[in-house]
Design a protein around this ligand. Structure first.
Ligand SMILES: Nc1nc2c(ncn2[C@@H]2O[C@H](COP(=O)(O)OP(=O)(O)OP(=O)(O)O)[C@@H](O)[C@H]2O)c(=O)[nH]1
Ligand SMILES: [Mg+2]
Length: 298
């Protein structure tokens, strides 16, 4: 038997760069949640791709930004811990918006003395000449070990990037069974899928004020699963918006989340959402420990 290889790959970047979309493209399945709003990913989600003798564990990470709240600090801390634990770091940059936020991540990477591969993402919406100029400028600012130009959305360039990652993995035993796709308990995965709908269907501060927890998970005799979740917001006014007139909004969130979950789990899902107000939920320790976040991150 050929020698096995296994390694961890950190997806680093500013919020909204397309890290989660790229993880899904690299593993060829929907594992990480995606939305057009920044700070969608809140904690490290490991997606596993095993091909041939090599297992790659992609750590989708929260974006790096200037944190204000306790939860923000925990998210940014999770991103840098993900990099510290990785065999390879991909610095994902939105090539259509490579602004100060992305440059700050690059400079912090240098300050911490990490190596990285530069991944210019969203090439589907950027002119070729602009892209080449960007690659040049970024390579002058940091000694990247390689540069890739991809579109996580269309899949352009993703196979080349994947091949580079696979070749960079160190020799070692696999960490997961060959057929495992994600390292996240089903209850947390189900909560993420509902949270994705919250990010897609609610606006302004609401997605950032919302937390989703799976309360019960019951496998039924007919092969379906009954899932009860609590959607927690901070104020009564927010609860009214999440529920919507005549319950329309929460119903739409539940319907889309259920459809997504059925596709992911490959079985029928009965999803029940309950909306609750807990002022200051983001100051509760349990929220952090469940997601592997550090309550005391600075
Ligand atoms: N046009 C285009 N849009 C993309 C591409 N990749 C991602 N997007 C879009 O960019 C937005 C952000 O994508 P995400 O994958 O959630 O970005 P992220 O870096 O994980 O963001 P956070 O989790 O908030 O840090 C979504 O609307 C995606 O559809 C791409 O290659 N091309
Ligand atoms: Mg993300």
């Amino acid at each position: 038997m050929s020698e096995t290889r296994c390694g961890f790959v950190a997806m680093l970047g500013a919020p909204n760069a397309g890290k989660s979309t790229l993880v899904n493209a690299l593993v060829g399945a929907k594992v990480a949640i995606v939305s057009p709003k920044p700070q969608t990913t809140r904690s490290r989600i490991a997606a596993i791709a095993t091909e041939g003798a090599t297992q790659v564990v992609y750590a989708d990470l929260p974006g790096v930004f200037a944190p204000k709240r306790r939860l923000d600090r925990a998210m940014v801390d999770a991103a840098w811990r993900g990099v510290a634990d990785a065999d390879l770091t991909l610095l994902v940059v939105d090539a259509a918006a490579p602004g100060e936020a992305a440059e700050a991540v690059r400079d912090e990477l240098a300050r911490r003395g990490h190596k990285a591969v530069l991944v210019l993402n969203k090439v589907d919406i950027v002119e070729r000449s602009k892209l080449l100029g960007l690659a040049k400028a970024w390579n002058e600012a940091f000694a990247f070990s390689a540069t890739f130009m991809v579109s996580a959305l269309t899949g352009d360039g993703v196979a080349d990037l994947r091949a580079h990652v696979v070749a960079a993995m160190p020799a070692g035993p696999w960490h997961y069974p060959e057929d495992q796709l994600v390292d996240l308990p089903s209850r947390l995965l189900a909560a993420e899928i509902t949270r994705e709908q919250v990010f897609l269907q609610l606006h302004q501060e609401l997605p950032y004020s919302t937390h989703v927890e799976t309360e019960t998970w019951t496998d039924q005799d007919d092969g379906s699963v009954r899932i009860e979740q609590t959607v927690t917001v901070e104020r009564e006014g927010q609860k009214r918006i999440v529920i919507g007139s005549g319950g329309m909004r929460i119903k739409a969130i539940g319907q889309r989340a259920r459809t997504e979950l059925e596709a992911i789990l490959g079985r029928r899902v009965h999803l029940f959402l309950n909306v609750k107000v807990t002022e200051g939920w983001a100051e509760k320790r349990g929220v952090y420990s469940a997601w592997g976040l550090d309550y005391n991150a600075r």
